[in-house]
Design a protein around this ligand. Sequence first.
Ligand code: PEP
Ligand code: MN
Length: 344
Amino acid sequence: MTENSTRMDMERICESITGGGRSFKVVRGQKTSYIVASDSKETFDSSSLSSLPGVSMVKNTSCCYPLASREIFGPSRPVDISAGVRLGCGEAPLIMAGPCAVESREQLLKTARGVKKAGARILRGGAFKPRSHPYAFQGLGSEGIAMLKEAKKASGLPVITEVMSSEEAEWVAPHIDILQVGTRNMQNYCLLRTLGRIGKPVLLKRGMAATVEEWLQAAEYILAGGNERVILCERGIRSFDRNTRNTLDLSVIPLVKSMTHLPVVVDPSHATGRRDLVLPMSLAALAAGADGLLVEVHCSPEAALCDGPQSLDLDEFGRLMSAAGRIMQALREDEAQCTLPLAR
Ligand code: PEP
Ligand code: MN
């Protein structure tokens, strides 16, 4: 719809497309409004709609994730996180780092200071932990959110944390800069709808056995609620080999970038489950065109209550950041010579 379209314009269009097995949804985005119509019988005559008042453009597609699709909405768009912090669209990759779980004030503040010093731009930390084992540490809950707020204030870093239900999302949203949807909840459509309505930036992890289309359709749920700030995160998929926790699907970075305008980041920590593989996989992800990384870092990984074996200590994270800088420099030089066809 055009920027100055009226409610009447919308209603007129909706009336003209109802019936005949067609369904539609009005999407009031942060910048633009859309009407997404689907027609199971393919009897849709889009040309008659183009001349109606309030219509900016009409596009036909068979794509099952139209608002996320690059085919309709064109090249990559950055996602604004908070003042001065943006992700995607050729900006320097955004590194998010911090502990798997918030365990204490001291642990979080020490890790926050360390990752900031090394160059991280966002602090991660789970307050609500989705653990496979029902008796394992489940996170500090609301106390953890209070600690994240304090660490944000102390470090100046925006914060990301996981929410597992609509109720958690509603009350956590005002305190946190990015809401994370974990692999286990990628198809929790009730949660995705809530996140669409809330409008805060969302980092959507790929389900551990999700196809790329299922992942993009999950993103579409959030976009269809009017929230345009969605970040995709590849965190490894289930495979047969147990030497690594998961199998990092690096090919999805350029692949998904050819399908969607949404930024894509990589979580090398959950993808491998092994500290020694985090640095090489981070560099590979950046070389493949990732817009950022989500890395688990702990001030003393051997004492971590959750995911210690895959957490970097602060020195290791510092080395990762230096190596990432050198990789980005090499990519820029190569791009200047136009030898690397990176999808950006
Ligand atoms: C996490 O990032 O804290 C997490 C639980 O990751 P995943 O959902 O990828 O397992
Ligand atoms: Mn973890």
